[in-house]
Structure formats: structure tokens, C-alpha cells
Ligand binder design. Structure first.
Ligand SMILES: Nc1ncnc2c1ncn2[C@@H]1O[C@H](COP(=O)(O)OP(=O)(O)OP(=O)(O)O)[C@@H](O)[C@H]1O
Ligand SMILES: CC(C)(CO)[C@@H](O)C(=O)[O-]
Ligand code: BAL
Length: 282
């Protein structure tokens, strides 16, 4: 497995693979890799001959008071895990390589509607940053397929829409959320949790499942259900950012006759912001 830092090196490597007729898969990440990321690499391996994993902590998607500076950076361990999982190439550019004229002067990609609400409401500019860097990664790697986790459900919806709207010839593949045995979705930010917080954290997924069960049992008073779920999280010691029941496709608030629903949650545990979601058909 090779690691490259510049677009020039990346393009030189990819040119060779393309000439050999290889199918190229892309797995964008911010590093500090865990089994969730590795599952994306494995999925990409199934659908492509060559897997390019990118590791870039993208400053454009972080708000001013967010954890850009403390975001865990573990390149050596990440390289070992990627090699073992069958990644062919790691692209880990510097900030200057991606934003040579600085963030303020860089062209941005804005994805309307699905970017609004949920994390889009709590993290202004976040999805603009994600959409911009993912569009650039698509242009830099020009993959046949790209794999993203369903754990970041709204992000996946944003990426599907920008790919369609900008007619980018990439097949976007969603991959299921990998969890610890107690249900907590794996996330790089779980490493920030204290032992006590880690013991409480599974309540997030339990609350999603409990709410989903009540919907499956016939409840459609979604606003009340959202409030009850938020209260359950607060009682357990979290600070809910949102608990929303949405139409799975539009991500707008669910109406009583919607059949495909997604429950989305974000909550702070101490200073760590956890997100998760659960989709159901009724
Ligand atoms: N538990 C998981 N299962 C499946 N995919 C995941 C999981 N966690 C992250 N991913 C996916 O991995 C890709 C890279 O995500 P990222 O590097 O932000 O990891 P993360 O663990 O979600 O970190 P963060 O703590 O920043 O949310 C995204 O497509 C994301 O959806
Ligand atoms: C898709 C992504 C790599 C873009 O920076 C990031 O948002 C992430 O890790 O989910
Ligand atoms: N996994 C989403 C990246 C972020 O929180 O910025």
C-alpha cells in the first residue's frame, strides 16, 4: 500500500491503474480509523479493483468552536489498518494542497434542502464544507464508486444529491453502521468519552430502538415521541441537540402517512457530540 500526499503523485498513480483498466473505489475519511471505516474499505474492495482511502481532517466543515484542533490524528496506525483491510492507496493531503488560496477564497458547493435541519441546523456551514471537499475528492480521484457510512445519514443524503445534481459519474454506495456490542455506533469521537460517559452512551441507540418500536406499534404522534426521546436522553445525563423523526428521502419532518422513516439523533455527552440514526418501514 502506498501513501501519497500531493495531487500530482495521486494522479500519476491513478493514471497507471486506469491504463490497466482497473475499477477505482474511493473511501473518504478523516482518519483515526475504526471498524466502521474498515467496513467501508472492505465494501469498496468488493466493488472495485483499486481502493483509494483519503485521510483529511477538512477544516471547511468545522465550526469555529468545534474540535478541529483536537480531532484525533493517528496516521501510522491508520496506515497499518488500511493495509490489512486491502486499501491500495492512501491519499493524505495537507490543508495547503486542498485549499491553496485559503478557505475564504475557495469555491464552495451548496446543497439545498437535505442539508437543512438536523446537523445542518446545529452546525451552520458544515455540509457546505463536506459537499465542497467531497466534490473535490471526486474530481481528484475520479472513482467509479465511492463508499460512505449510513452512520452519517444526512451526510450520505447530501452526497447523493450533489452527485446527481452536478452529474458526477460516480456510484455512491451507502454502508451499514458498525456498532459496539452494546449498540453504540463506532465513531472516532467515542475516544473522547470518559469511562463513566462510555457506560451511559448506549442509551442513544436504545432510545432510537425504543422510539422505532413505538412507531411500529402504531404511534404516529411524532412530535410527542421526539419530546419523550429527548427527555429520556436528558434523564440519562446527555444534552440532546435534536431527536427528529423524518421522511427517509427528503429528511423533512415525517407526516402520518409516510412509510419510510428515519429517526435522527445528536446529543452531547460531556463535551462529546454523538450522532446516530435508525431507518424503519411501516
Ligand atoms: N460506525 C460506523 N459504521 C459505518 N460507517 C462509519 C461509522 N463511523 C463512521 N463511518 C463512516 O466513515 C466515513 C468517515 O467518517 P469519519 O472519518 O468522520 O469517522 P467518524 O468515526 O464518524 O468520526 P466522527 O467522530 O468525526 O463522526 C464516513 O462515511 C462515515 O459515515
Ligand atoms: C466525508 C468526509 C470524509 C468529508 O470530509 C467526512 O465528513 C467524514 O469523515 O464523514
Ligand atoms: N463524520 C462527519 C464528520 C464531522 O463530524 O465533521
Amino acid at each position: 500500500m502506498r501513501t501519497v500526499h500531493t495531487l500530482k503523485e495521486l494522479r500519476a498513480m491513478l493514471r497507471g491503474y486506469r491504463q490497466q483498466g482497473k475499477r477505482i473505489g474511493l473511501v473518504p475519511t478523516m482518519g483515526n480509523l475504526h471498524e466502521g471505516h474498515i467496513s467501508l474499505v472492505r465494501k469498496a474492495r468488493e466493488a472495485a479493483d483499486i481502493v483509494v482511502t483519503t485521510i483529511f481532517v477538512n477544516p471547511m466543515q468545522f465550526g469555529v468552536s468545534e474540535d478541529l484542533d483536537t480531532y484525533p490524528r493517528t496516521l501510522i496506525e491508520d496506515q497499518e489498518r488500511l493495509d490489512a483491510a486491502g486499501s491500495t492507496l492512501v491519499f493524505t493531503p495537507s490543508i495547503e494542497e486542498i485549499y491553496p488560496e485559503g478557505l475564504a477564497r475557495h469555491t464552495r458547493v451548496i446543497v439545498p434542502e437535505v442539508s437543512e435541519g438536523h446537523c445542518g441546523a446545529s452546525r451552520p456551514g458544515h455540509f457546505e464544507g463536506v459537499a465542497t471537499v467531497v466534490t473535490m475528492l471526486f474530481n481528484m480521484v475520479q472513482p467509479d464508486i465511492a463508499v460512505f457510512g449510513e452512520k452519517d445519514y444526512q451526510q450520505l443524503a447530501v452526497i447523493r444529491k450533489l452527485t446527481r445534481d452536478l452529474m458526477i459519474p460516480v456510484e455512491v454506495i451507502g454502508s451499514p453502521t458498525i456498532r459496539d456490542d452494546d449498540g453504540l455506533a463506532k465513531s472516532s469521537r467515542n475516544g473522547f468519552l470518559t469511562e463513566d460517559e462510555r457506560a451511559i452512551a448506549p442509551i442513544v441507540y436504545r432510545t432510537l430502538k425504543n422510539t422505532a418500536e413505538q412507531i411500529q406499534n402504531g404511534r404516529s404522534d411524532f412530535v410527542a415521541l421526539e419530546q419523550e426521546a429527548s427527555d429520556a436522553l436528558s434523564e440519562a445525563g446527555l444534552r440532546p441537540d435534536y431527536f427528529n423523526i423524518a421522511n427517509s428521502l427528503t429528511l423533512k419532518p415525517a407526516s402520518a402517512d409516510d412509510t419510510e422513516l428515519t429517526l435522527l439523533v445528536a446529543a452531547f455527552l460531556g463535551t462529546t457530540r454523538l450522532i446516530d440514526n435508525l431507518s424503519i418501514t411501516r
